[in-house]
Design a protein around this ligand. Sequence first.
Ligand SMILES: Nc1ncnc2c1ncn2[C@@H]1O[C@H](COP(=O)(O)OP(=O)(O)OP(=O)(O)O)[C@@H](O)[C@H]1O
Length: 273
Amino acid sequence: MRKHHKCANSECKTCECGLCCTKINNFGVKRSGIDILKNVNLHIHCGDLTAIIGPNGAGKSTLLKAILGEISHTGELQFLDAQNNGTTRPSIGYVPQKLDLDSSSPTSVLDLFAAAHTNMPIWFSYPQKMRERVRESLARTQGEHLINKRLGELSGGELQRVLLALALDPIPHLLLLDEPVSGIDQKGLELFYETVSTLRKNYDLSIILVSHDLSLVAEYADRIAFVNNKTIECCGTPQEVFTNTKVIQTFGLDWSNRFRRDEKDRVDNALMV
Ligand SMILES: Nc1ncnc2c1ncn2[C@@H]1O[C@H](COP(=O)(O)OP(=O)(O)OP(=O)(O)O)[C@@H](O)[C@H]1O
């Protein structure tokens, strides 16, 4: 049983973490009358990083948006605490794949947090307490120094860290991350995976991460769900998923071709039992 750190579920004071669970039961999504997802079932335990992989257009982002309630779906989203009591809906933090920002806007990182947490007009000077809270939030993702920066001047990786800190304030039951496909270099991506991995341990977070980087997924994910043909075709540990025939066929997985030499070594190490 996983040792209790600090449960992501604020209502769950005594649980041994690893026992809270978010259940996606029989999800279906139609867009413009066409099925995008059908019969999707997934259970996510707190403290687990679950990566969603699949070919382009398979429905990975659609699944996140459906869980978030941004697009309508059939089926049920259920949160069960350690005593197996269902709550109506888990609280959800979300980091989108991209954000369209006006680079000339004067809005700062502090303004963004203030807008999310208060209804103070942004020309007010913020109380010291608010600044401290924002600094603390940003510290979770090593972003304290970004507090006074304008959003438009943040790099892709910095913006991702700010959005991650915002999604964690307050700590949600479930954290949804849609990995950016552009704007972040490999080093920035690795830092992001490391931060996410540490956060899930420290806060026993349930995390769903849509990813396009199979080697980082192999290294950091506890479980992987493979979305293909409108549903989850296979779900399990990295080793189970990356040795699944459908996954191998879909990604043309010949490790020696798919990954650079150094990446291949990392994947092979991550897959070793
Ligand atoms: N508003 C919409 N109306 C109709 N079809 C849509 C709409 N939005 C997305 N789709 C379709 O739904 C399918 C799934 O899209 P989605 O963005 O979820 O895929 P994805 O797996 O996240 O892709 P990628 O890896 O390229 O980011 C695609 O075929 C897409 O064209």
